[in-house]
Design a protein around this ligand. Sequence first.
Ligand code: SF4
Length: 90
Amino acid sequence: MSELFDLLVVGDEAGLEEELGWQERALCAQTDPESFFPEKGGSTREAKKVCLACEVRNECLEYALANDERFGIWGGLSERERRRLKKAVV
Ligand code: SF4
């Protein structure tokens, strides 16, 4: 899992280009964005299913972890799951 953090790119130009690149290939951009930001207690199943088929899932998760994204599904993980992942790695 430390490999994941080794890949995190924060703030440099190459990283910015990488970020923009993966976002253009985000599968969620072709679906209902609301399912990725459900109301509290709402289902995350549909969003996670889309993430499983997304080719930039790793980049998306790395971005969310690096930028401490607090809301929504990123890289197939909920906010709580991302928090657990961070705790497990630190
Ligand atoms: S992994 Fe999920 S949230 Fe991230 S870009 Fe792909 S579909 Fe969107």
